[in-house]
Ligand binder design. Structure first.
Ligand code: FB9
Length: 419
């Protein structure tokens, strides 16, 4: 830059034209170093020194030659993008005590051959890494649904309930609907809601006497009921289906209990529960599949009231970690009164519909032959919904079915219900 300023000075425009882009940096530097100055009066850039020793160049040469510079200078040069720092890592490799031309893998096990040929004396053994995690034992993994089911089972057994046998996915319409006083023209009984079997399409074994009483109560009522006053068809009751609720198991168990009571001649209160698969021909969406796992609890005893039902449900949900429950009147063909159950879920910070409940109708219980003063309180919920809430799964297809990611099965945490 200094070189570009003649002794007699030079107009700035000319100097800029002469020194171009790079000139800008140089001009600023030369001004700062007071090698040149603006003679405002003459409007010229004038030299202040005859010659300059280009220290920057000298420093750059030194650096290029491998010389060192103090940090301040280095920082200034970096700022002027005249140098950039590169970290060159050099390694000094020397032969170690175990240097060998061939890499001999350290032995990890003491083998029979080593013992036989004595090589164990000389062989190098790999150090024991006591901190290594070791490979996860290849074992089975419980599906989250089964973990939640186990928790439910624990809670029911703690409350003194015994499990009902639920191994009959295929049921007759009789036990799934008719025994529950669900009329044969009820919408849930058509193929839109229920999977009917084509083979075997019909069942042929029903307890005839009991069936006659069921027919009678549907057609003519009794036990204080007017019944449905329609022609009850045996053929309808014989239709086989995939059970739509485990309440079909409750009806079988209660009818059996009535016969037992009759046989033993004295009444024994019962607490039953069931947890198993049920099937509904519903539109599949992210919270509903055509099958889900239903949980059902029932208590059969003399003089049971709605209060007993509410108290028992509160007990149950308290153990599920949701002590705040409230009830909304509802309707089921087989219970009167019926209530939907809502519980406050602290984790979600909101009230969740957690199930349904009611007192089985006398039109269901009396034809079974249960003592008149025996009432049965019952409630039901699913396994899928709580599992989705607890495991943060919002699409049921990620929980159940062929799309489930096996990694989720292998890594899902223990089920912490109720704590
Ligand atoms: O499970 C349900 N909800 C739920 C339960 C627990 C839960 O816990 C979380 C940890 C926090 C969260 C949610 N429900 C029942 C309520 C709704 O999800 C509902 O939309 C879906 N219901 C299913 C039926 O859908 C067609 C859940 C299933 C259900 C509903 C009713 C019964 C059983 C299962 C019943 C009954 C009954 C009534 C009277 C007598 C005997 C049985």
């Amino acid at each position: 830059m200094v070189a570009a300023v003649p002794a007699e000075g030079i107009p700035l425009k000319e100097l800029q034209a002469a020194t171009g882009e790079a000139g800008k940096v140089g001009f600023k530097q030369a001004m700062q170093q007071k090698w040149i100055a603006m003679d405002k009066a003459a409007g010229l850039v004038v030299r202040k020194v005859d010659s300059v020793e280009d220290t920057t160049q000298a420093v750059l040469r030194a650096i290029h030659g491998g010389g060192a510079v103090d940090d301040k200078t280095a920082a200034a040069l970096k700022k002027r993008k005249l140098v950039k720092q590169e970290v060159v890592r050099t390694y000094k490799v020397t032969k170690g005590p175990k240097f060998a031309l061939q890499l001999k893998k350290a032995a990890t096990d003491l083998t029979h051959d080593m013992l036989r040929d004595g090589s164990w004396r000389t062989d190098e053994f790999k150090q024991y890494n006591f901190n290594s995690l070791g490979i996860l034992p290849a074992g089975g993994h419980l599906h989250p649904l089964l973990k939640v089911r186990t928790q439910y089972r624990k809670i029911f057994v703690q409350m003194g309930f015994e499990e009902m046998p639920t191994n009959k996915y295929v049921e007759s319409s009789f036990w799934n609907f008719d025994a529950l006083f669900q009329p044969q023209q009820h919408p849930a009984r058509d193929a839109h809601d229920t999977f009917f079997l084509t083979n075997p399409a019909t069942c042929n074994e029903c307890p005839e006497e009991y069936l006659a009483r069921v027919k009678d109560v549907h057609e003519n009522g009794g036990y204080g009921s007017v019944g449905y006053r329609y022609m009850w068809k045996r053929s309808e009751a014989n239709k086989n289906l995939l059970r739509t609720h485990t309440t079909a198991v409750s009806s079988r168990m209660l009818e059996k209990l009535a016969r037992q009571t009759e046989a033993q001649g004295f009444w024994e209160p019962k607490r039953y529960f069931s947890v198993d698969r049920v099937f509904r021909n519903e539109t599949v969406d992210k919270t509903h599949l055509a099958e889900f796992h239903q949980v059902e609890g029932l208590v059969a005893d003399k003089g049971l009231t709605l209060g007993d039902l509410i108290g028992t449900i509160k007990q149950f949900f308290t153990r599920l970690g949701m002590p705040d429950v409230r009830f909304k009147p509802a309707y089921n063909p087989y219970t009167e009164p019926s209530m939907e159950i809502f519980a406050y879920h602290a984790g979600l910070g909101k009230w969740v519909e957690v199930g349904n409940s009611g007192m089985f109708r006398p039109e269901m219980l009396q034809p079974m032959g249960l003592p008149e003063d025996v009432n049965v309180i019952a409630w039901g919920l699913s396994v899928e919904r709580p599992t989705m809430v607890l495991y943060g799964i919002n699409n049921i297809r990620d929980l159940f079915g062929h799309k489930v990611d096996l990694q989720m099965i292998k890594t899902n945490p223990i089920c912490r219900l109720g704590f």
